[in-house]
Design a protein around this ligand. Structure first.
Ligand SMILES: [Zn+2]
Length: 306
């Protein structure tokens, strides 16, 4: 564990409960209310209202949450690659044409008018680009966002399997990934690419196909492809140099991690789901639930009060 306590303010301990937050899907909350996100991940905000316990908990200050199998396939952390295709319920429900939102996010450069993505992810992207602008890095262009199956098939036939994936196996089919270019030069050398490599994790994005991870991801280095996974996961992955595959494996292996990111503590748990599963969560803490797209969910609990 000590080896995990790297530079940053990232501290990992083993053994606890916890969770994350972001968006999507539906799940029961402590007071019995259900919040379905635009995307399939379950978010819960601790309510100040005294929860009505269903009477199943045996400990004080915990609540029991039932997780349905469908939750495995949706949420910010779903893994999509050659092995695990996009599940129908995993596709973001808030996909929009970006050029219809330029009033809200003026100045965003788009490769063409067809670019689509999750509206929530667009908001995060805009905030990120705005921050880069403050550092005088401002020649970004979105070159690709959400792709439907037909578009993915055409691309796969055009580019081959070293840089593209067959329909249903590309993150672009989720609505949470985007290809970002620079209008100055190739991303690998552009200030935009260097800035994103350093700062994207602060906004919930990861460089999905980094160099030297081909053996893990099966995809060669793509300095332009970013995937939204949300905080705190993006920062943990960056700090520990883990791809999404490796991060999910690590969570599964450890079962539970307590992590401190930017002064906030999180309990991040892997919960296997077969048919359904039940998990005990501490009351009065926000949490999020995302599937891993194969056999379980990641429950992220914010231990710090905002
Ligand atoms: Zn891409």
């Amino acid at each position: 564990m000590k080896k995990w306590g790297l530079a940053l303010s990232l501290i990992l301990l083993v053994g606890c409960h916890a969770f994350d937050s972001s968006n999507n899907a539906a799940i029961q909350t402590r007071s019995g209310s259900t919040s379905t996100n635009t995307q399939g991940q379950t978010n819960n905000t601790a309510s100040s209202v005294a929860p009505t316990k269903p009477g199943t908990g045996t400990q004080n200050n915990t609540e029991r949450i039932k997780i349905e199998e469908e939750q495995i396939f949706r949420g910010n952390l779903v893994l999509v690659n050659q092995q695990f295709p996009v599940h129908e319920v995993g596709v973001r429900q808030d996909i929009v044409k970006v050029n219809r939102h330029l009033d809200t996010y003026p100045g965003l450069a788009l490769y063409d008018a067809t670019i689509r993505m999750s509206l929530e992810v667009l908001g995060q992207y805009a905030a990120m680009v705005d921050a880069a602008g403050s550092d005088n890095v401002n020649h970004f262009m979105i070159t690709s966002g959400y792709r439907d199956e037909e578009e993915q098939t055409a691309l796969f036939e055009q580019q081959g399997d070293a840089y593209a994936l067959p329909a249903g196996h590309s993150e672009h089919n989720l609505g949470m990934s985007l290809d970002i270019g620079s209008t100055l030069m190739e991303m690998e050398h552009a200030p935009e690419g260097k800035w994103l490599k350093e700062h994207a994790a602060d906004y919930g994005f990861i460089l999905r196909y980094p160099p030297n991870k081909f053996s893990v991801t099966g995809i060669r280095y793509e300095p332009w492809h970013f995937r939204y996974v949300g905080l705190p996961h993006s920062k943990i992955m960056k700090e520990l140099n883990l791809t999404l595959e490796e991060y999910l494996d690590k969570l599964k292996d450890k079962k539970s991690l307590t992590v401190e990111v930017d002064g906030r503590s999180y309990d991040i748990r892997y919960v296997p789901v077969t048919g359904s599963a039940t998990v005990e969560l501490p009351e009065e803490h926000d949490y999020t639930i995302s599937g891993n797209n194969s056999d379980g969910v990641i429950v992220t609990i914010s231990l710090s009060q905002a």
